[in-house]
Ligand binder design. Sequence first.
Ligand code: GLA
Length: 375
Amino acid sequence: MTDEQMHFVAPGRVNIIGEHTDYNGGYVLPATIDKYTQVSIGHGQKNSVRVHSEEEGFCEFNTASFARSGDWCDYVRGIFWVLKEQKGVSFPGLDLTVVSSVPQGSGLSSSAALEVAVLVALDEFLQLGLKKEEKYLLARKAENEFVGVMCGIMDQFAAVMGKEKCAVFLDTQTMDYEYVPLDLGNYVFMVVDSKVHHSLSSGMYNKRREEAAAALKELGKSSYRETTITQLLMSRKSLRPENYRRAMHIISENERVLDAVRSLRSSNYENLGRFLLQSHESLAYDYEVSCEELDYIVDLLKGQPSVTGCRMIGGGFGGSVLAICEKDEAKPVTEYVKTRYFEKYEMSAEVFLAKPGGGARRVEKPLLKIRRGLP
Ligand code: GLA
């Protein structure tokens, strides 16, 4: 890489509440965290894009044709592909170095952080002049149509639009959003990574998406927002039991997001915690996207008097639990969860306190240390 390289970061996120609602036209409440994927970009060899990831290794592809290869680099190729397809961009030879502190497969949106970091790097380095809205829409299109994961808009939206010390309350039906200040006072957001790693591309995520659409069809509605819990309860006997439970999660989760926003606005972290617990139950039993290890972590945490509530976050089938914990008790709670988890599964859970971060941006100097980089 030459001296003329530029550095960009995009954040991971926790989703406070509103899980599996974004592809169902519902509400979400993510907050970006101070874990980032960083892309350093500079001119490279003619006709070639060379990408070195400190975590994943090396890949190289041609500047003019982008074929899917089924590995991590598809998230990078996908962004080149979408810019060529949608914006007619042609690329010079480029060298990219990627470093990330967003743990992968942990439900903290590492894929969107990588996509958005590459996108904002290309946007500014090549002076494409993309609007913010285009950025998250293009990044999602790349994941849907190139990588093949039918994700909703939440993660790419959060990575682009995230703001310091705020959660974003987004209505994915209208794309209206509001920043909700995150002043946690005597509480902290604790993230417990179960280290059970899911792969959204493995198909279960896309399957839930299809099931949610099937349940809506059986309900005879065109949007989950057109129906209420009471109406759903009244149609219970006419619906397939699985469809009933999928719909129950989506409709009740939307209500919980509205309740959670109210709690957050009045700094009522005790109440907020209760909604998180209800959300977990709903995800585990009605939507069936949790797993034994996540349920165990939730059980451990909810038995702690200093934890107001907790739930699995992200796509599920592994990943992390988000807990709201009293600040002064975070250390003993961490030790307790780690010890008990290890005793049961002989696996070390990783626990950290998530500080609210900002959105994707250019940084003058690398935020994350580049150990090797490209030759
Ligand atoms: C993943 C997807 C999001 C969202 C969540 C579940 O993180 O990328 O779009 O659907 O799962 O809420």
